[in-house]
Design a protein. Structure first.
Length: 126
């Protein structure tokens, strides 16, 4: 189906997200820090990024800024325990505050991967 990059430093959560998304038929890669995320993003083929904000080496906001400059069409879902304040002015498809439910995750992924013309709501600038 789709190529998804999970950027998450919590091993258990990253592995659980990967298992869920693989079971839905997606191709999934994991970056456990911001630096690895930038490297994987430079390789292309990423349609959706599940991005934590609190990351070692390079923070999630910096990854998001880089992504918007280099691949503005790549869709982003923020998965974090942080408030939305750090994201002010950055457009993302969804914001999932940890802990989030499986239904919220799958709904956000499904919506984010739809063509923009068929989405029921527009991306949010938080």
């Amino acid at each position: 189906m789709s190529h998804i990059l999970i950027v998450e430093d919590e091993d258990v959560l990253a592995d659980s997200l990967q298992d869920i998304l693989l079971s839905e038929g997606h191709t999934v890669r994991i970056a456990r820090n911001g630096l690895d995320a930038l490297e994987l993003l430079s390789q292309g083929q990423t349609e959706l990024v599940l991005l934590d904000l609190m990351l070692p080496q390079v923070d999630g906001v910096s990854v998001l800024q880089h992504l918007r400059r280099t691949s503005p069409d790549t869709r982003v879902i923020i998965t974090t325990s942080c408030s939305r304040e750090a994201l002010r002015g950055h457009a993302v498809e969804a914001y999932l505050r940890k802990p989030f439910t499986l239904e919220a995750l799958l709904g956000a992924v499904e919506t984010a991967l739809r063509p923009k013309s068929s989405r029921t709501h527009t991306e949010s600038s938080v």
